[in-house]
Design a protein. Structure first.
Length: 115
């Protein structure tokens, strides 16, 4: 199934030969200033077979900026991870180190949440 087929909105099938599917357009978001970002750093084990991951959520901005931040954190912590669905995932418990790195980068409203 083509990627565009998965993104069709509200129509399963149409018999109208002149019907055109409408697609959601991704609107590029602007990066919010670092000192106004309210990032949350938490430990997560749900749906991960008991493995711990550090989850960083609450980022508002462009996908490219989030991916660059994720790469920086993975490199500085020396671990694997990923960036998807607007979240940064680091393998292992790196809450305090990630918090320190984020504050050093200028994300001053960052805090450790729950966990």
């Amino acid at each position: 199934m083509a990627k565009k087929d998965k993104e069709k909105l509200g129509v399963v099938f149409s018999t109208d030969p002149n019907f055109n599917y409408s697609y959601e357009e991704e609107t590029p978001t602007e990066d919010s200033p670092k000192d106004r970002q309210q990032l949350r750093v938490q430990l997560d084990r749900k749906q991960r077979k008991g493995k711990e991951v550090t989850l960083i959520t609450g980022f508002i901005g462009k996908k490219e900026t989030l991916e660059a931040l994720g790469k920086l954190l993975k490199t500085k912590c020396g671990v694997g991870g990923s960036v998807k669905d607007g979240e940064i995932i680091l393998q292992g418990d790196f809450r305090t180190k990630a918090l320190d790195l984020l504050k050093a980068e200028g994300y001053t409203k960052t805090k450790i949440a729950g966990g």
